[in-house]
Design a protein around this ligand. Structure first.
Ligand SMILES: Cc1cc2nc3c(=O)[nH]c(=O)nc-3n(C[C@H](O)[C@H](O)[C@H](O)COP(=O)(O)OP(=O)(O)OC[C@H]3O[C@@H](n4cnc5c(N)ncnc54)[C@H](O)[C@@H]3O)c2cc1C
Length: 386
């Protein structure tokens, strides 16, 4: 694609989606009560709250795109976008169901067998079946084709050996979608990779907790030692793992979760500084952040519109992820600069504490889901610069 062909066609959520938006807001007020926004989780993966996920599922707002026969509502991309945007803006605790909702459910619906769909999709749509992503390894993060975890054929299935790392919520998930080697790399290093649906209770699958910089255990190392995976848990075709994982990453990269995590704190700041003059420095900073946010939202909606038309906006999604996550980091820094106190995790002030958490989490925004350097490589290649 040439630079001239790169477009973000404008998309506005249809007015008939407004009632849905208001319904979600009402639901969130009932569920979250008047818990201050500063107390709510920083990232959408942040708090594991099974009761909230099940209540959301009961309203039909998890796995929305899935077929009705599996409990979904065959919702359009923009319907799901509307619900998701409201959940993010409210900093709702989506950690339990988020991965299954965003990528595992749609992937299994697309390439899974009828048995696999019947096994997991109803639970995903109910908000009660949780997934984790088994891609990264100790020596393979950006370069996924170099994964060394290996599945070897045995009678009736496969034995898996190796280890995954940074696996978010693995210790609280029912299933992992595992990327591993099923045959050695040949001339084409993308060949010989496959995906499996792994029940996390399988003997030989061990979760070892890792602590993040904020002292929490939200990701893990997952070690496989002769873990037996039955044949019928192969996801898609043997050897097609690379193509499958690439399409899964497109789902992971294109959403508003890549730029909305600072919104709650921005709103709190605006509330605190209601009486500013437009020329005051914090007001100028707020104005800049809002202008960027508005632009990112338009670009992200455009990607959603392209997905709805079954187009393949890999380039546009990479641009939104890159700009969005850099914006999240800049927002954290701007909020720090205009705040009167230093961010402090032990502060009694809710805003100061939330700001400290935001600062600690901000570096990970441009790593998870693909680093900014890797995304810029994709962008450069897509527009013919490399
Ligand atoms: C909070 C968090 C949650 C995560 N959750 C999961 C999860 O649930 N499941 C999962 O599988 N993974 C998860 N990850 C892992 C994440 O996807 C990887 O960390 C990421 O892909 C980078 O891989 P790496 O850490 O191995 O770094 P590396 O790939 O070793 O990269 C190191 C540095 O080199 C740069 N680099 C690498 N290749 C290139 C290149 N070709 N060109 C230019 N620069 C390059 C990178 O940008 C980076 O700055 C998570 C990470 C974080 C931070």
């Amino acid at each position: 694609m040439s630079l001239e062909q790169l477009t973000f066609p404008p998309v506005s959520p249809a007015p008939d989606l407004q009632p849905l938006r208001f319904e979600v807001r009402r639901f969130l007020r009932e569920q979250l009560g008047d818990e201050p926004i500063e107390h709510r989780p920083f990232t959408y993966l942040g708090r594991h709250d099974p009761a909230f996920s099940a209540a959301l599922g009961a309203r039909g707002w998890v796995g929305m795109s899935l077929p009705r026969r599996y409990g979904g509502r065959e919702a359009s991309v923009l319907e799901r976008y509307t619900v998701f945007e409201e959940l993010l803006a409210a900093r709702a605790p989506m950690g339990a169901h988020a991965v299954a909702d965003r990528q595992s459910g749609p992937l299994i619906d697309r390439i899974g067998t009828d048995r696999q769909k019947a096994l997991v999709l109803p639970g995903i749509a109910a908000g009660t079946c949780y997934f984790c992503i088994g891609m990264s390894e100790p020596d393979s993060g950006s370069d996924l084709a170099s994964v060394r975890t290996r599945a070897t054929r045995v009678n009736g299935g496969w034995h898996v050996n190796g280890s995954k790392i940074w696996t978010s919520s693995a210790h609280r998930s029912h299933y992992m979608i595992l990327l591993c080697r099923t045959s050695p790399p040949g001339a084409d290093r993308h060949a010989g990779l496959s995906q499996f649906l792994v029940d996390m209770r399988t003997p030989g699958v061990e979760c070892r907790p890792l602590r993040n910089i904020a002292g929490e255990n939200d990701f893990n190392e997952v070690v496989f030692t002769d873990a037996f995976i039955p044949d019928d848990m192969l996801l898609g075709n043997e050897g097609d793992g690379w193509g499958q994982v690439t399409s899964e990453l497109a789902l992971e990269r294109s959403g508003p979760e890549r730029f909305l995590s600072g919104l709650g704190l921005m709103q709190a700041l605006v509330r605190q500084r209601r009486h500013l003059e437009p020329t005051d420095r914090p007001a100028i900073a707020i104005g800049r952040m809002m202008a960027h946010l508005h632009t990112l939202r338009r670009m992200s909606l455009s990607v959603a519109g392209m997905l709805q038309q079954a187009r393949d906006p890999v380039l546009q999604a990479a641009i939104v992820k890159d700009l969005g996550t850099v914006f999240e980091q800049e927002t954290a820094e701007i909020l720090r600069l205009v705040h009167a106190a230093e961010p402090e995790c032990a502060s009694e002030n809710d805003y100061t504490r939330a700001l400290a958490e935001t600062m600690l989490r901000a570096p990970s925004c441009t790593i998870r889901g693909g680093t900014k350097e890797v995304l810029r490589g994709i962008i450069a290649r897509s527009i013919g610069l490399r």
